[in-house]
Ligand binder design. Structure first.
Ligand code: CMC
Length: 430
């Protein structure tokens, strides 16, 4: 490897080719292989993208070896302590934390869009009451493009911005409606005199029958959870949003595709799966049996909330949530035996060679469910809350991609392993 080129040699023919090396401001350098096929006639094969950077991005930085996560250069721990979710949303969208004037203006813009079109209420009623709220969210968020035609021109910067504001403003309203619908309770309209997290809690837990006022600790905990989940560079759902957006699909459709991708238990669906797993384990005496299952090659069971493609160290988001757990449960007066069980499971797993040698640590989903349950959310809502927070990351990444002058449609190639040419025989001879 030269200073800024990388040379590839074909051992069979002796031919060699040079490729530029691209360096970011931080993180490993990348070999720019865009001309590889044209020069060599070869493709690269990287299922799961373990060695492939799909884009350049200035939004989020992760150093998985050191357990570092930064949005726009700001450390996640500092953001969780010192900023509010809408300030973080502003930074993700526009590049820097806002000053006081920008903060007020942004809050005003978001608040302006918290209501959803009244006909969306009718749309909700088409779903079964026992539908999973993530199934409902895939549908209703996709349907926003059928309601907000005036912000669908992705080449108009102002329309892009309005769509981004609409999505950030309306996603908590829709998420709360999906909870209310599941519970058979009336929808609660947003209250624009409340902050983002408090308004969300209000729409989730208020009823017309009695007043509802969450404690300041509950509001702060919600805000922190939103901050911790707001972005995570090119994970599966964000890559899905970018890929959908690369075909110039509208932003509402792109975010719906992100929600679908997030739902899987290997990704955002893990927070629900962790709670279900803890319930299944039931008692600390059963931990060794479940760890054996997680380690067995022929058993599909995995320790949910453990392991990460990028973090080979403690996930910094899990560290913040773990330390918040006690405080939040204390404040809410909840004594959840699941917290004790989770701590014990973590302790035993982190002393086990299998987990040590594979660098498997708790991830963000390991402790979040315990807090969300203490706050009163049913498990089915956990991934929906993840989607509420991640919407700001998705839309910031989508906006960054559309504003990149040389972005192209995402179109991976393949190594074909199917049959060669076969003639189509008449039915009687097949
Ligand atoms: N329990 C048991 N073994 C595991 C686990 C786990 N949770 N995670 C990874 N391994 C093993 C895996 O079997 C493999 O072992 P071997 O080398 O012997 O074949 C090794 O560790 C490497 O695993 P991998 O599947 O190649 O790793 P990956 O980077 O493809 O997968 C992951 C990452 C997050 C999908 C995986 O760790 C996992 O399934 N974890 C449980 C689900 C989970 O908690 N997901 C949330 C991720 S963080 C939030 C988010 O992204 O939304």
């Amino acid at each position: 490897m030269g200073n800024n080129t990388f040379t590839l040699r074909n051992d069979q023919t002796g031919e060699s080719w040079s490729f530029p090396v691209v360096s970011g401001t931080q993180g490993p350098p990348a070999i720019d292989i865009r001309s590889l096929f044209a020069k060599t006639g070869h493709l690269t094969l990287d299922p799961g993208f373990t060695s492939t950077a799909s884009c350049r991005s200035a939004i989020t930085f992760i150093d998985g070896e050191r357990g570092v996560l930064r949005y726009r250069g700001y450390d996640i721990r500092e953001l969780a302590e010192r900023a509010g979710f809408l300030e973080v949303a502003f930074a993700l969208l526009y590049g820097d934390l806002p000053d006081l004037g920008q903060k007020r203006e942004f809050e005003k813009n978001i608040i302006y869009h918290t209501l959803v079109h009244e006909q969306i209420h009718t749309f909700f009623r088409g779903f079964r009451r026992d539908a999973h709220p993530m199934a409902v969210m895939c549908g209703v968020v996709g349907a926003l493009s059928a309601f907000y035609h005036d912000s669908l021109d992705i080449w108009d910067p102002r329309q892009r911005e309005i769509s981004a504001h609409r999505l950030i403003a309306k996603i908590p309203t829709l998420a709360a409606m999906s909870l209310k619908y599941m519970r058979g309770q009336p929808f609660i309209y947003p209250r624009n005199d409340l902050g983002y997290a408090e308004n969300f809690l209000h729409m989730c837990f208020a009823t017309p029958a009695e007043p509802y006022r969450p404690s300041a600790a509950l509001v702060r905990a919600m805000d922190k959870i939103l901050i911790l989940h707001a972005d995570h560079e090119q994970n599966a759902s964000t890559s899905t949003v970018r890929l959908a957006g690369s075909s110039h699909a509208n932003p509402f459709a792109c975010i719906a595709s992100g929600i679908a991708s997030l739902w899987g238990p290997a990704h955002g669906g893990a927070n629900q799966a962790v709670l279900e797993m803890l319930e299944q384990i039931g008692h600390k005496d059963n931990i060794p049996r479940f760890l054996e299952k997680a380690k067995a090659k022929d058993d599909p069971f995995r320790l949910m909330g453990f392991g990460h493609r990028v973090y080979k160290n403690y996930d910094p988001r899990a560290a913040v949530l773990k330390s918040s757990c006690d405080a939040v449960l204390d404040e809410l007066g909840v004594d959840d035996p699941m917290l004790e069980l989770a701590r014990e499971l973590e302790r035993i797993a982190l002393e086990d060679d299998y987990f040590i040698s594979r660098q498997l640590f708790p991830n963000v989903d390991f402790y979040s469910g315990i807090i969300l349950r203490a706050m009163g959310f049913p498990v089915e809502m956990f991934t929906v809350l993840f989607a509420v927070a991640r919407t700001v990351g998705w839309i910031s990444q989508w906006k960054e991609m559309i504003e990149e002058p040389d972005h192209r449609i995402g179109r991976p190639r393949q190594v074909y392993t199917g049959s060669g040419y076969r003639s189509v025989l008449p039915l009687a001879r097949r």
